[in-house]
Design a protein around this ligand. Structure first.
Ligand code: GDD
Ligand code: MN
Length: 379
């Protein structure tokens, strides 16, 4: 088998025959199969069986009684049963024109890539099949946000949200995937680095039936984005936030006992810095301690960084307030958010850097932050 075409379906009965007909024409010269992974509550499975009986290529049906992971879960289930290593995923409503399949396949066989993405946002591609202006806007905005959150992994991809793509299954770590809902390609692409090519396509109108996209899917997507991006970073943020609260409480307690404000602020800041370091050691960077320098050296780097950061940040806030017509609260918030990112980068690149990696080039360093910030955290 040279190609497995995986089609997730949820109540797509009126589209099945036309999809199989058009696919069969374009893959006539290829050893190909179609696998419908179906979670329908209507008669789609029966329709698939009927169409399969007279189809010119193998048409298989996986009907899931327990549809875990929604659309994304269906795609992964398809990968598990596919007969070919070359797996193409497309929607069952003909918004993804089957006539594009040979082009995706040809690009894959031209070599040098693990993934071929059919994109609405490159070259002659269009997204005219999106239901209305709102969907167009949502699609554009979420694509921009996603690319901004994964600037390295998605640098070669204009349409990480498309549902039309081909992968070499062996390049994907199937057991590492945690699909939830629509954006399975995004999850695949951000878990590893791949060699990626794109082919433009016209996102057509639905042949029949209705879209299953919903506000709920949108919320799923945002949760998925945060989980994918902020595995480790979110713990880092929680610990930083906790530190801020402890810091304020300490200042309050110390001044309450008559200690001078400046002295109280210094003691509270240093205590917070030490506490944060211990928590980071235990919960965030525990997996990197082994390869990094010794604990006292790590502490020295972290302690110095935090003191320098605080010493720089406060005059910057003062400067912003004095020159920029912004309130002290906004200036503090902006600098704290910036400091958060710089602190994360510094800790994962410098404090917990592997010992032998003294002079890695910038690109390698960026890849490492990217890698680190997505590692699953532990609490
Ligand atoms: N098995 C299964 N389970 N299939 C599902 C499920 C599910 O829970 N939900 C939807 N599907 C199937 C549909 O039957 C269809 O074949 C395909 O997944 C896409 O669903 P649509 O309802 O047509 O979604 P869309 O057109 O709004 O979204 C498409 O375009 C988006 C880009 O804007 C999809 O391709 C998305 O993945 C893509 O991001
Ligand atoms: Mn659709």
């Amino acid at each position: 088998m040279d190609l497995s075409i995986i089609v997730p379906t949820f109540n797509e009965a009126p589209n099945i025959a036309e999809l199989v007909r058009r696919v069969a024409i374009v893959v006539a010269d290829t050893e190909a199969e179609i696998i419908f992974v179906d979670d329908s509550s209507d008669d789609t499975p029966e329709v698939i069986r009927v169409v399969a009986a007279s189809a010119p290529l193998p048409v298989r049906l996986v009907h899931r009684e327990d549809p875990v992971g929604g659309l994304g879960g269906a795609v992964v289930a398809g990968y598990h049963v596919a007969a070919s290593d070359v797996c193409l995923v497309m929607d069952g409503d003909l918004q993804h024109p089957p006539e594009k399949i040979p082009e995706l396949l040809a690009r894959y066989h031209a070599g040098g890539v693990d993934v071929v993405v059919a994109s609405r946002y490159t070259g002659e591609g269009t997204a005219h099949g999106l239901a209305d202006r709102t969907r167009v806007l949502v699609s554009r905005a979420s694509t921009a946000l996603t690319k901004a959150m994964f600037p390295l992994r998605l640098r070669d991809v204009s349409d990480p949200m498309t549902g039309f793509f081909l992968v070499s299954r062996s390049a994907v770590d199937l057991s590492g995937l945690r699909p939830r809902g629509f954006k399975i390609l995004l999850e695949i692409l951000v878990r590893r680095s791949f060699r990626i090519a794109e082919v433009p396509f016209d996102f057509a109108d639905r042949h029949a039936g209705q879209s299953k996209a919903s506000l709920r899917q949108g919320l799923h997507f945002l949760a998925q984005l945060a989980a994918l991006r902020f595995g480790k970073m979110s713990l880092f943020a929680v610990i930083g936030g906790l530190g801020a609260v402890v810091n304020i409480a300490l200042v309050w307690v110390l001044t309450h006992f008559g200690i001078d404000y400046i002295a109280a602020a210094i003691v509270a800041a240093e205590a917070t810095i030490i506490g944060n370091f211990l928590l980071l050691e235990r919960f965030v960077f525990q997996d990197m301690r082994g390869a990094a320098s010794g604990v006292w050296w790590r502490f020295a780097k972290s302690f110095t960084f935090n003191n320098v950061e605080a010493a720089i940040r406060i005059p910057i806030v003062a400067l912003m307030v004095a020159t920029g017509h912004i309130s002290v609260v906004v200036a503090t918030a902006v600098t704290l958010v910036l400091a958060f990112f710089v602190r994360f980068v510094f800790h994962s690149l410098v404090v917990y850097a592997p010992k032998q990696n003294g002079a890695a080039p910038l690109r390698g360093a960026l890849e490492r932050v990217d890698e680190q910030s997505m590692q699953p955290g532990e609490l």
